[in-house]
Design a protein around this ligand. Structure first.
Ligand SMILES: [Zn+2]
Length: 115
């Protein structure tokens, strides 16, 4: 079992990460900023479109992380199976949770699972 004090620390960490990520997603999903230097409008439009799709991919990744963070948080809040590996059912090391509090797999399973 993870001590309550540690659990509170991890919860705070997750909440902090959640805020940061939500902020980043907001930034990434801002509409591209058209209208500055119109030296070569056509070329610029292509750049903007490329940037837009890169940003979209980034924000998709962040959204996946956000889901994992939310799921970890709800496990902590509901006193559920937080810290239990979803693959082998073993308790995860606290050291791992400190580095990666939204982790759903223990160290061993992580190594054996190519994501
Ligand atoms: Zn495992």
């Amino acid at each position: 079992m993870i001590p309550q004090e540690k659990l509170n620390q991890l919860k705070q960490k997750l909440e902090g990460e959640k805020e940061t990520i939500e902020q980043e997603i907001k930034e990434l999903e801002k509409a591209p900023d058209f209208g500055d230097s119109a030296a070569d409008p056509e070329a610029e439009e292509v750049d903007e479109a490329e940037e837009w799709s890169t940003n979209n991919a980034l924000s998709q990744n962040l959204k996946v992380r956000l889901l994992e963070i939310n799921s970890a948080l709800s496990k902590i809040i509901n006193g559920g199976e937080y810290g239990i590996c979803e693959k082998c059912g073993k308790e995860m090391e606290i050291g791992l949770l400190e580095i990666d509090p939204e982790s759903r797999l223990c160290k061993e399973c992580k190594l054996n699972t190519k994501l």
